[in-house]
Design a protein around this ligand. Structure first.
Ligand SMILES: [Ca+2]
Ligand SMILES: [Ca+2]
Length: 234
């Protein structure tokens, strides 16, 4: 257990270092339709300043030393949401339990200590998957390459990234690296459709292979690299 904890801490440090040096943060829109914004949800739940965005080049694949723990924080969606893990490249839930949990369609912001569901991915690294019922998206994977592009009306750009991530930096989470993953299931890209706290897992930092590949792209055009960084396609 001690070994796993130190490994996860080291990984968290790597993720933050990556975010500092090469920021690639997917845009999170603030939509005024009576819903709480993702920032408001985070502030209400954890207090302002007690969390930091994880780079979106580094929240695609996740690892665990065994089991993770997930607890529901909020849902602002007309669709029920089901959280699961999947194997790399797959949209089929895997692991135990599969799915991790489902929450009914409603507008809820948790104000109580949420119940925790322990889950064991079938393989590691793994992906997170949110499957809404009857929404714009049939699914939202932590891997943008598995998602269908949807136009963000605020920018006119097609967006593939459906999950953004925060590392909790408050003292209460110093001993156990804990993250919040927030999904978009529609086309307003406010990423408050399903918000979940997870621990016992860590995002996989951008691999040296990808960094080397990105650097190789530079002489041939920075435009291609910019597109990669923003996780968008034209
Ligand atoms: Ca992301
Ligand atoms: Ca949304």
């Amino acid at each position: 257990m001690k070994y796993m904890k130190s490994t996860v801490v080291a990984m968290a440090g790597l993720v933050l270092a990556t975010a500092t040096s090469r920021a690639a943060l997917t845009d999170v829109e603030t939509v005024n339709n009576g819903e709480a914004s993702l920032l408001t949800i985070m502030n209400n739940q954890y207090g302002a300043g007690n969390f930091a965005r994880v780079d979106d080049t580094s929240d695609i694949q996740w690892t665990t030393g065994g089991s993770g723990a997930a607890s529901f924080i909020a849902i602002y969606s007309g669709a029920a949401q089901t959280l699961s893990t999947t194997d790399l490249g797959s949209l089929t839930p895997s692991g135990n339990p599969a799915p991790i949990f489902s929450v009914p369609a409603s507008t809820i912001n948790s104000t109580v200590v949420p119940p925790v569901t322990v889950f064991t991915p079938a393989n590691s690294p793994f992906l997170f998957l949110d499957k809404p019922t009857g929404s714009v998206s049939a699914y939202s994977s932590s891997d943008p390459s598995l998602n269908t592009p949807i136009i963000d009306p605020a920018t006119g750009l097609a967006v593939l990234d459906r999950m953004v991530t925060f590392l909790l930096t408050g003292a209460a989470y110093a001993a156990t690296p804990t993250y919040v993953i927030a999904f978009e299931d529609g086309n307003d890209f406010d990423y408050n459709d399903l918000v979940v706290q997870v621990s016992g897992v860590a995002p996989v930092p951008e691999s040296t292979t990808i960094v080397a590949g990105a650097l190789l792209l530079l002489p041939f055009g920075a435009g291609a690299l910019r597109g990669f960084r923003k996780n968008r396609i034209a």
